[in-house]
Ligand binder design. Structure first.
Ligand code: GLN
Ligand code: ZN
Length: 660
């Protein structure tokens, strides 16, 4: 189910994989077919409960709750989720009966779906499910655990059901405190108060938490102190970070350290044990001013005015100027930035990092690759070239390493999917650009050709979204700081003769708040301006590109247009191109390059299929606005498939161009 199967017994696609709410963790989407029979089958929660119990530890088994499961499963046939309700109730009921038999005291059902905007039908479904399931409690205490937001649409219903405990998120749940104050908390139930951030890596501010806990206990006297969500989203422990200075480590708490925090806070709240020293140390830590503040950066952010977020002249005029400036053919061809990262490219970076080779020979190797890459693109016949990104391990880490204000861990890995993990950089202090980050390689690449070479940067929203953000200043302010640093690089590239600059915002779409009602005020209102700040200072004839990895932005299409880039490329070949209708209906003015082939597979697309895709696109997109490019960067591909694929892309573009 995870990998798909291709062999003698058939050809079965893998299950779809999606991001788990607003995290970078992915889950396989369960599929319910018309003849799927849902019943209790596995024994994992029982085995693990017994294993811990044998070691003398009473645990609280946790499984995804029935409502979240049904809402996130995909029905593939004629049946809808509601048709599976009786089976689901029976299966979860059987689970509870088995728990009772084993002696489980508390069982948790994770119901994060409750933090989305809910319809009346959703709430009815939730009620039906749990009225049925909770009738089978058999003496086990059941906790409904929510996280990643507040449950404003169903708080009273949640309190009215026969749960013994309710878990609420006080960190991401903006309205959780308000809900509690307004409606109170049902007597006799236990509140699991998620007061420690389960998603970030900073130490908890004890005084604040203790004050909030005291308030909460007035409404819910036997409240349980907890993290805001599962600890899956933070790394294990600081213990193995040998290179990070103590000055930094003093502020960090990974999963194990958060457990210590829970113990200390509980002791302090109950005035039990001897945790006073921990409180004093915590107070002292937060009273100290943390190194990393940069007055110049703060002043620069404060001095920004509305005009700094507006690029002039307006798009229509720029478009005309740029058409003349570049004199590109119709349907210009380009790529998204990276070229295959061969073993030698990676070995060169590793050797330099380990100090085995000099900086000079490291750079020379990269420049040789750039020269080859430019020659290859000229031979293939692409119109706008790239340098290939051979110096980059990762599109966020690279910039994090170049900018002031970031720190890096050795082993702070977080699961992304399966055995894949990511190691996000940490935004530590105020961010600024100390020195040029990409100018040398871009200028070198441009010196190898008469054709325009795109400068290649990662945008501020993506840098922030794929890092651990600060908690001592707002995300908006942090992003603005990063935007100013990237802006400096944009202007530097321009001053050094780079006439097209791409600023990737691969992760802009994925961090949209879970509730639609929060999209604007909580996110788009600062994320889109941050992007505009990056490029508002360039000349009319400098062309700004951006790239996004998902095309699922039908709902925010105006905001995407308001980024005011000159060209946007995005992933499109795997989706059914419905985005094209949306572009047309909204008179999308930014020029667009919907990817014409899927780079996630080694398959080489034929000239004919790319032509077909282009003709389809031309039905919805004016010909003078259409670009031709792959879906995304080529770094995970090999040269063997990349070269023929790009040749076919260029051949298809030329053929269609001639027919226009
Ligand atoms: N410019 C980057 C690349 O080509 C973009 C990667 C991405 O969108 N994830 O690799
Ligand atoms: Zn991409």
């Amino acid at each position: 189910m995870a990998r798909g199967y291709q062999g003698e017994k058939g050809d079965v696609k893998a299950l779809a994989m999606k991001k788990w709410f607003n995290t970078n963790y992915h889950y396989l989407v369960p599929e319910l077919e018309d003849d799927t029979k849902i019943s209790l089958a596995g024994t994992k929660p029982f085995d693990e409960y017994l294993e811990a119990k044998a070691q003398g530890v009473e645990t609280k088994p946790v499984v995804v709750g029935a409502f979240t499961f049904l809402k996130m499963a995909r029905c593939t046939g004629k049946k809808a989720a509601a048709d599976f309700v009786p089976d689901v109730i029976a299966a979860y009921g059987a689970l509870l009966e088995k728990y009772a038999e084993l002696g489980v005291q508390w069982a948790a059902f994770d119901e994060p779906y409750l933090v989305y905007d809910l319809s009346a039908e959703d709430i009815a479904l939730f009620r039906t499910l749990y009225t049925g399931i909770l009738a089978k409690k058999s003496g086990v205490k059941v906790l409904a655990q929510t996280y990643f937001g507040d449950v404003r649409d169903c708080y009273t219903e949640l309190c009215g059901l026969d749960f013994d405990g309710i878990g609420l998120d006080f960190v991401e749940g903006r309205l959780t405190g308000e809900l509690l104050n307004k409606h109170g908390f049902p007597q006799g139930k236990t509140l699991f108060a998620g007061l420690l951030n389960g998603k970030n890596i900073w130490k908890n501010h004890y005084e604040t938490t203790l004050a909030r806990l005291a308030e909460i206990r007035e409404l819910a006297p036997n409240a349980v102190l907890s993290t805001s969500c599962s600890l899956l989203h933070v790394p294990y422990t600081l213990e193995n970070e040998t290179k990070l200075g103590g000055e930094y480590k003093a502020y960090l708490a990974f999963a194990y350290e958060k457990l210590t925090e829970l113990f200390e806070l509980k002791a302090l709240a109950d005035a039990a044990g001897n945790a006073q020293a921990a409180l004093s140390a915590n107070k002292e830590l937060f009273a100290k001013s943390r190194r990393g503040a940069d007055a110049a950066v703060r002043a620069r952010v404060n001095a920004l005015t509305d005009g700094d977020f507006v690029r002039l002249p307006a798009f229509a005029e720029r478009e005309k100027i740029q058409k003349e400036e570049f004199a590109l053919p119709l349907l210009p061809t380009t790529t998204i930035g990276s070229f295959p990262q061969t073993a030698e490219v990676r070995a060169n970076r590793a050797a330099f990092r380990k100090g085995v080779i000099s900086e000079e020979s490291y750079k020379k190797f990269n420049k040789d690759r750039i020269a080859e890459c430019i020659a290859l693109q000229e031979e293939i016949g692409l119109d706008v070239l790239v340098h290939g990104e051979f110096e980059r391990n990762d599109m966020v880490e690279y910039f994090g390493e170049c900018l002031n204000g970031f720190i890096f861990t050795e082993k702070a890995w977080v699961q992304s999917y399966g055995t894949r993990c990511v190691k996000p950089p940490v935004v530590w202090g105020d961010v600024s650009r100390g020195k040029a980050m990409t100018v040398e390689y871009s200028v070198f690449a441009q010196s190898c050709t008469q054709k325009p070479v795109k400068g290649m940067l990662t945008g501020p929203v993506t840098i922030l979204n794929w890092s651990f953000p600060r908690e001592d200043i707002s995300i908006k302010e942090s992003t603005t700081q990063i935007a100013l640093a990237i802006r400096d690089e944009v202007l530097d590239l321009e001053a050094n003769g780079i006439r097209i600059i791409q600023v990737d915002e691969a992760a802009l779409r994925e961090k949209l708040p879970l509730r639609r009602s929060d999209w604007k005020s909580e996110y788009l209102d600062w994320a889109i301006p941050a992007f505009r700040l990056v490029h508002s200072g360039v000349k009319a004839e400098t062309q700004i590109h951006t790239h996004m990895c998902y095309s699922e932005f039908a709902d925010i299409i105006r905001d995407i247009d308001n980024m005011d880039a000159d060209v946007i490329t995005f992933e499109a070949s795997r989706s059914d191109l419905t985005i094209l209708d949306v572009l047309k209906e909204n008179n999308f003015r930014t020029e667009v390059g919907p990817g014409v082939y899927d780079i996630h597979s080694p398959r080489v697309p034929s000239v004919e299929e790319i032509q077909t895709a282009l003709r389809l696109m031309l039905q919805k997109i004016p010909q003078e606005k259409l670009w031709v490019n792959p879906d995304c960067g080529l770094k995970t591909r090999g040269n063997a498939e990349t070269v023929p694929s790009l040749k076919n892309l260029v051949a298809a573009a030329k053929a269609v161009r001639e027919s226009l």
